[in-house]
Design a protein around this ligand. Structure first.
Ligand code: ADP
Length: 259
């Protein structure tokens, strides 16, 4: 993790960043942002230099999920200094628009803003820049795939058929842009009843692993459906940082698989 940053040419986008890892999903609501935040925080916790770019322009929740106290600062040379939390440098559309303001932009505007946020932010030297994409296969994805040298993508799905079906489209998109898919993460796998301890497969079971196997991709791990994940997000304390939490352990395993 502490190896030297490789030399790149001056023309490169993000010259000081060793790995850019996109976190993607076909469908919204499967826990993509949750995985992105816990993956980034988990990597930082392992001692890596990490940036977290929330490119989910339609639902930029990352600042809330880490309870970011500071805002980005503009410099005289028109660059942006990102705020930091849990050892991660943060950038999000949420810093740029009002809390309840919807983003209603056409493709060229999305392209301009995403490119600017990547290029003008002082990311510095990073081992990983984790990018939380919007769901689906839209303009943000296209911009990122065309402008940033991605190390690869982590695709998040629930075990449910409709989520897996939509994730398949994401795989095709990455395939067409010669982008490596680092693996599949299955979220909301099993619900362990806090009262009786019984396990319930609310969104089905095994769909993520099957999907990974069918496509010869690494399976990065499953995260149970657990109220502490939800409360960790709402309270701005990623569960991966809670050493006593079993689901935090599942996120730490997922981080180790991805690193
Ligand atoms: P997406 O980015 O795919 O739209 P989010 O990460 O915003 O999804 O998650 C959607 C909602 O589900 C959030 O309220 C989040 O806290 C909750 N959530 C995500 N993963 C889990 C989980 N494993 N257990 C419980 N709640 C979860």
């Amino acid at each position: 993790l502490t190896a030297a940053i490789p030399d790149r040419t001056g023309d490169d986008v993000l010259p000081g960043v060793k790995n850019v890892v996109a976190v993607a999903s076909g469908k919204g609501g499967v826990g993509k942002s949750t995985v992105a935040v816990n993956l980034a925080a988990g990597l930082a916790d392992r001692g890596a230099r990490v940036g977290l770019f929330d490119a989910d322009i339609y639902g930029p929740n990352v600042p809330r999920m880490v309870d970011a106290d500071d805002h980005p600062q503009a410099t005289e040379s028109e660059t942006i200094v990102p705020p930091e939390k849990f050892g991660m440098k943060l950038m999000s559309m949420a810093f740029m628009v009002g809390e309840d303001d919807p983003v209603i932009w056409r493709g060229p505007m999305i392209h301009k803003v995403i490119t600017q946020l990547i290029e003008d932010v002082e990311w510095g030297y990073l081992d990983y820049l984790v990018v939380d994409l919007p769901p689906g296969t839209g303009d943000t994805q296209l911009t990122l795939l065309q402008t940033v040298p991605l190390t690869g993508a982590v695709v998040v799905t629930t075990p449910q058929d409709v989520a897996v079906d939509d994730a398949r489209k994401g795989l095709r998109m990455f395939g067409r842009h010669d982008t490596t898919v680092l693996g599949i993460a299955e979220n909301m796998s099993t619900f362990v009843c806090p009262d009786c301890g019984d396990e319930h497969d609310i969104f089905g079971s095994g769909g993520g692993r099957e999907f990974a196997d069918d496509n010869d991709l690494p399976f990065l791990g499953s995260i149970p459906l657990d109220p502490s994940v939800r409360s960790g997000s709402d309270d701005g304390e990623p569960v991966v940082l809670d050493d006593d939490n079993d689901t935090g352990g599942a996120f730490r395993d997922l981080t180790a698989e991805t690193a």
